[in-house]
Ligand binder design. Sequence first.
Ligand SMILES: [Zn+2]
Length: 450
Amino acid sequence: MSGVEERIFQESVEKLISGFIPPWKVEEELTTSSELDPPKQFRLAALARQRFLEVITGEKFQSICVPEKPYKIHYVCDKENLGYELDAKDSHQNCLFCGGDLRSLDKYSPLVANYIGGSEAYYSYAGRIKVVGDVEKEFTNLLVYGTGLGPIGVTRGSFLINKFGGAKVKVSEFGPAVRSLAFLFQSEDFRKKAIQVIEDFWLSLRKEMEEKMAEFHGRAVSVEFCPTEWNGRFILYVEFVTDFGNFRGHGDTSRVVGFAKGKIEAFFKEHNVKFQMSMIAQGYDGDLKPSPRNKRGRYARAEVHIPVDEFDKAFEIDVEKFMTSVELDRIGAKKLGCQFYSGMGGEIIPAVYKATKVNPQSSLVSSFQNISAYVDKGDVIYSVELPNIEVGVASNREGLISPSGREALRIMNIHSAKDFAASLAAQVLAGEFNLALEISREKLYSKLDS
Ligand SMILES: [Zn+2]
């Protein structure tokens, strides 16, 4: 960094700390008020936001790095009259379709909104949110979101929620995992006897299963039975529910249910319970299904309470209109036949998994979400509910977490799976609440240039 750049960088950090400029305005501020030639402002802005976060969190950035050219360049393929936006370090400047050379427009823009580092995964800073209730702390929001204004929406939502006392969160202590077996019988009698045999052995079987899950403190919670018929034959699904404090436990659960399968087959033989088939039932809860009876994952809920008297003035929207627009959204999702409402949560949840690199790293798992808005005791209560958060926050059998993922967890102030769930629910609340306000105020998609 040159002397001039060093001075500009220091000034930007100070402006961020004092709140003189919002984080997403640094690039703009640097191009309008400083002697920097574009695209130099992008790297300085990202470094300034990093330093600002180091000051407020007390953590250091080491793995989430800012590359030399952290911006994108706009190109066109003249043959097809088609636009491109590429990372400045992308050396393959050819059209995907015709293979021809792309022509640079010498136009630059940030990799993502509020970019703070990362080469393949582009990290955005998305404000800070205070939570109260089952978890009490302040989280720093980091998202690997991609282009779009999502991180700014989460930042703004967090700011509004903090003004009204923070997000009130409810988070369950343990995260359940499930694995099932399926047995096929020729008669109803054998199936009945099978249930009896398993119930008789459950206490001792459970003890053995727990010994095998002791390394990560897994508990065998229950065994449940689901009978059904097929072509005159009798199926019995046997579902084992486990739970874990800080681990997702899916792998451990599968291993102990594999062990239980062998034990149960031996019990059946010993008690003359004839079965035609015994298998791991992948289809019956083997992986998370979008089913309302799904038992996997931790429950989390976050809500914000705003006095009805203050709502109109604080958000410049009539309470009635706000509540009706939330309801129209909910009904729309139902009309499509969805079990859950999934709005911004469908983007924010994967963005948190990508930022922290925690297991399970999938956008299906844990992205189910419900929203609601109602009035209670003079308050408007806007809430989001996440029924199935799966999370392994420690690097072990549940999946290796890369140094940048672990760094993100530290910067976010996440030190347990419960923290993770609380942070996730609060960020989804912030994104949804801000979006619901924008929609009801008819501010969203209202300008062609926004
Ligand atoms: Zn082309």
